[in-house]
Each structure stands twice: as structure tokens, then as C-alpha cells.
Design a protein around this ligand. Structure first.
Ligand code: COA
Ligand code: NAP
Length: 270
């Protein structure tokens, strides 16, 4: 193994780390020696993730926490700090998504996504700051919708745009302390809840939307995890404040598949 990607003795915390892309990120670090903590809302998800991560033989802890609740986020950091020590890698990836036209979205529907994706990321980073080790890597999981306006995604576009700017501002503020703050913007990733929610209802295999990706296929969770490891390694020591797409070359094209899905749903009989 390239020594730069050996995370033995490091502590990694992944919020929203019990499924999908974030779990793959947690698993990549667990497989390379790190002590890993994951947190999300549902006990069953936490238990399943802990079992899976534990198979790699390194220390693992799981926590039930809602990123909308700063107190529950702080409790995670308190427990991780006393068990594993300062945090070397902090990933904020909890998110919610669904297709809805803005004029059919209730205030609470808009708010719930902003609360999880944007305010939740602030709570995670704000509470995590005092527990970060010197040279720590912070990674926010954003989305192409942060920069590309997408119909049926007003709530997500607004929330993830905020996540991108939070990433850049905290890179400015924390750079002097040696902490790097970056974001990953995945394109459509196979086998995820996010893709399932945004695939056309008549196109469960995603055949239509995969054609919009220049590389001709969906990404894998492991490819996002590889980028997270790179960003947390000494190979990325001079990268901070970056929002990095990992999208097969085509976020600008592939988000149009989301609009097709929204149109399909909007035209479906209710
Ligand atoms: N269309 C329009 N509005 C919707 C909606 C949809 N498909 N799904 C939820 N909402 C609205 C609800 O109606 C509610 O508003 P109201 O009180 O005015 O009726 C509001 O959103 C909150 O819904 P609720 O189900 O109470 O929220 P929750 O906190 O239990 O769940 C969600 C949060 C809605 C984001 C839920 O989809 C979730 O848990 N997502 C996590 C998994 C996920 O989205 N993964 C993909 C990540 S990319
Ligand atoms: P996912 O499997 O649904 O992952 C979301 C995770 O967040 C789950 O572990 C969920 O667990 C947790 N979570 C949700 N609300 C939470 C809350 N309030 N507090 C704490 N945890 C919460 O989705 P995914 O598709 O892998 O997406 C992961 C990330 O990638 C998200 O940030 C998403 O925006 C981004 N992304 C995904 C794609 C894609 O193609 N999938 C594309 C672009 C960006 P609980 O239910 O137990 O809380």
C-alpha cells in the first residue's frame, strides 16, 4: 500500500456514514487502518454499518445522531474524542433529497433539506472544530446542484450551494491552523439512495440518464471514497477550499436526467 494512503492510527468521523456513498468512504478508511466513527438518525442503520465496518478489524463506533440537532452532534464528538482522540478526518455527508417543484413544496419541505444538508453541515463543522487534530482534513459532500440550476431541486440547489460556500469560507478561516476544508461533488453514483430518488420512474436501470454521462457509466461509491482518501492524504497537502466534481466528466449534462425524472413524476397520475 502507498504509505500516503495508510491511515493506521488516524481517527475518522463520518456524519451520515451509515449508508451509500458515506458508508463507502467510512469503509475505505476502516480498511486502511483508521479508527472510524459513523453517525446517523436510525439505530438499525447504525448497527448494520458498525457490523460491516468492524469486519476490517480496526476500532469502530456508531452513534445515533441527527445533524439538525447540534447537541446530538456535540455528543458524538465528545465520545469520539475520549475514545479515539482528536479527529484527523471529518466527513459531513448527511443529506435529504426528493423531487418537487418549488411551487408545490411546503415551507417545511424546503426547510427540511436546508436543515439537513446546509445547517447540518454547519453544526458538524462547528462542533467538530475544537476536536480536530493538527493537519486535519474536513470533507463536505455536496452535489452538482450546488452550481447547476435544476428543475424540481430548488431546495437541494439552495442547500448545496450553501455547503460549497461554507467549504470555501472555512478553508480561509481554518487554513492558518493547518486544517484543510474541501468538498466532493459526486455525479450520479450507482446503487445509491440518491440516484434511486432521482431516476425516472419508468427507467429503473437508469439507461436513459446514464447516456448523459460522458464516460458512459454511473460512478461507483468506491470512486468517491478514493477521492476522499486522496484529499485526506499527504498527496493533497496543498489542496484546500476546493469543490471537486467526481462525475464522469458531465455534471452539466447528467443533471438533466433529474429534470426528466421530475417531469415524469409531475405528469404521472396522482
Ligand atoms: N415532495 C414534496 N414534499 C416532501 C416530499 C416529497 N417527495 N417528501 C417530504 N416532503 C415534505 C413533507 O411533506 C414535509 O412537509 P410538511 O410538514 O409541510 O408536510 C417535509 O418535507 C418534511 O418531511 P418529513 O417526512 O417529516 O421529514 P423527515 O425529517 O422525516 O425526512 C426527508 C427527511 C424528507 C429529507 C426524507 O426524505 C429523508 O429522510 N431522506 C434521507 C435519505 C435521502 O434523501 N437520501 C438521498 C440523499 S441524496
Ligand atoms: P444515502 O444512502 O441516503 O445517505 C444519506 C445518509 O445520511 C444516511 O446514512 C442517512 O442515515 C443519513 N442521514 C439523513 N438525514 C440525516 C440527519 N438528519 N442526521 C444524520 N444523518 C442523516 O444517500 P447517498 O445517495 O449515498 O448520498 C450521500 C451523499 O452524497 C449526500 O450528501 C448526497 O447529497 C451526495 N450525493 C449523492 C449522489 C448520488 O448519486 N447518490 C450524487 C450527488 C451527491 P439515516 O437515515 O439513518 O439518518
Amino acid at each position: 500500500m502507498d504509505i500516503r494512503f495508510d491511515f493506521s492510527g488516524r481517527t475518522v468521523v463520518v456524519f451520515g456514514g451509515t449508508s451509500g456513498i458515506n458508508l463507502a468512504i467510512a469503509e475505505a478508511f476502516a480498511a486502511r487502518g483508521a479508527a472510524v466513527a459513523v453517525a446517523s438518525r436510525k439505530q438499525a442503520n447504525v448497527d448494520a454499518a458498525v457490523q460491516r465496518l468492524g469486519a476490517h478489524g480496526n476500532p469502530v463506533r456508531g452513534f445515533v445522531a441527527d445533524v439538525r440537532d447540534p447537541g446530538s452532534v456535540e455528543a458524538v464528538f465528545g465520545a469520539v474524542r475520549s475514545e479515539f482522540g482528536p479527529v484527523d478526518v471529518l466527513v459531513s455527508g448527511a443529506a435529504g433529497n426528493f423531487l418537487a417543484e418549488a411551487n408545490e413544496l411546503s415551507s417545511n419541505g424546503f426547510k427540511v433539506v436546508v436543515d439537513i444538508d446546509l445547517n447540518g453541515t454547519f453544526h458538524v463543522l462547528r462542533a467538530g472544530f475544537e476536536h480536530l487534530a493538527p493537519g486535519a482534513s474536513v470533507i463536505n459532500i455536496t452535489a452538482p446542484q450546488a452550481v447547476i440550476p435544476v428543475r424540481y431541486q430548488a431546495h437541494v440547489c439552495a442547500a448545496k450551494a450553501g455547503v460549497d460556500q461554507l467549504t470555501r469560507v472555512l478553508a480561509l478561516e481554518w487554513g492558518g491552523k493547518g486544517i484543510r476544508v474541501n468538498a466532493i461533488a459526486p455525479g450520479p453514483i450507482a446503487g445509491t439512495e440518491g440516484l434511486a430518488r432521482l431516476s425516472p420512474g419508468d427507467d429503473p436501470d437508469g439507461d436513459r440518464s446514464v447516456k448523459t454521462v460522458p464516460l458512459g457509466r454511473f460512478g461507483t461509491k468506491e470512486e468517491i471514497a478514493d477521492l476522499a482518501m486522496f484529499l485526506s492524504s499527504s498527496a493533497a497537502a496543498y489542496i484546500s477550499g476546493a469543490v471537486i466534481p467526481c462525475d464522469g466528466g458531465g455534471s452539466y449534462e447528467s443533471v438533466r436526467g433529474i429534470e426528466e425524472a421530475g417531469r415524469f413524476l409531475a405528469s404521472a397520475p396522482r
